[in-house]
Design a protein around this ligand. Structure first.
Ligand SMILES: N[C@@H](CCC(=O)N[C@@H](CS)C(=O)NCC(=O)O)C(=O)O
Length: 325
């Protein structure tokens, strides 16, 4: 559209209006003109938005790469959130069999990136969710270990700490689930698992640091004899509800975007809901609307649901392992 012509038409019509309606106040044509410019501006802005969101959508559906390019193009918070929040398109996979003491080792340090997990382990589950959410099923190969019948080569050749998870990458093996989810987020492609906002990043660090105390508080209550949940465990769950109330822009710990913090807590909350429900007849969602919604939203994320075991399996394993009634 020829804006000059368009504006000219306005000026002309305003001049006409000015001459033919002498009773109107003199500034009227200028106000009218300003309004016209504003309308053109908003119209163009809108077109930009639509086009931009389409680009973001297209990118998200064809490539798991988070749209670093989009970030540099323009700072449209709304659009950037749409692009960064979307998980990489989830590819269902057949899970590899669990390796036992009689299984031969994989060809370690052959350049393949391997994530060693046990399907039952909540710490390993954290890293598995991060890997899935970023769409790295082809880039990071899962290797499942039987913790009850561990292959000796795992400790000797892979990870001397002999725990899961561990990650074999670039000829090195690293451990510790909280370090690994950060490592996976920063060293691989896929949607970012930490927002750019420094306030949210600082809050993420606080929540990640608190996760061990949270797990301890609840788990000791689960292991304790007696039918009632401890006051420490109730306080820890209340604290989670409070943390989930911090940002209003979404159901997750950091607001709208699913993040490392949700990943750190999800496997444990999943188990605590089952164990406390069964052993202490305690519903963790009762009176905790934010926690209720958070669990519902988590269960819409395939990268997470693909890592879940049947509640009965988790319950039976834990009861047996800790000799619980
Ligand atoms: N702090 C570690 C804990 C990992 C951990 O304790 N994993 C358990 C399985 S859920 C394990 O490998 N246990 C074997 C052992 O302790 O021998 C992390 O966050 O990765």
């Amino acid at each position: 559209m020829n804006i000059d012509k368009f504006a000219g038409a306005f000026i002309n019509s305003d001049s006409w209006l000015q001459y033919s309606l002498p009773l109107l106040p003199v500034p009227f044509p200028y106000a009218y003109w300003l309004l016209a410019i504003a309308r053109i501006f908003f119209y163009m802005e809108d077109c930009g938005h639509i086009l931009y969101e389409k680009e973001a959508g297209d990118q998200a559906s064809v490539s798991p790469t988070p749209t670093a390019e989009l970030f540099s193009k323009r700072d449209f918070t709304h659009t950037v959130l749409m692009a960064s929040v979307a998980p990489a398109s989830f590819v269902k996979e057949e899970l590899p069999p669990t390796l036992t003491s009689t299984s031969p080792p994989p060809s370690i340090f052959d350049g393949t990136t391997r994530l060693y997990v046990a399907y039952i382990c909540p710490y390993a589950q954290r890293t598995w969710i991060a890997r899935n959410y970023k769409g790295l099923q082809d880039k990071i190969k899962l290797v499942a270990i039987d913790l009850g019948d561990r292959p000796t080569w795992y400790k000797e050749k892979v990870y001397p700490e002999n725990k899961v998870p561990s990650l074999e990458h670039n000829n090195e093996v690293k451990g510790e689930s909280l370090d690994l989810i950060k490592y996976i987020d920063t060293h691989f492609e896929g949607p970012s698992l930490l927002p750019d906002d420094p306030a949210k990043q600082a809050f993420a660090e606080e929540l990640l640091a608190y996760s061990d105390s949270f797990v301890k508080a609840i788990f000791s209550s689960i292991l304790a004899k007696g039918a009632d949940i401890s006051t420490d465990a109730v306080a820890a769950l209340d604290k989670l509800e409070e943390y989930l109330s911090k940002f209003e822009d979404g159901p997750f710990f950091l607001g709208r975007d699913f993040s490392l913090v949700d990943i750190a807590y999800a496997p444990f909350v999943e188990r605590f809901q089952i164990f406390l429900g069964d052993l202490k007849k305690y519903d963790i969602t009762n009176g905790r609307p934010k926690l209720t919604t958070w669990i519902e939203e988590l269960n819409k994320i395939e990268a997470y649901t693909a890592t879940k075991l049947e509640p009965q399996v988790l319950l039976a394993y834990t009861k047996k392992r800790f000799g619980l009634a």
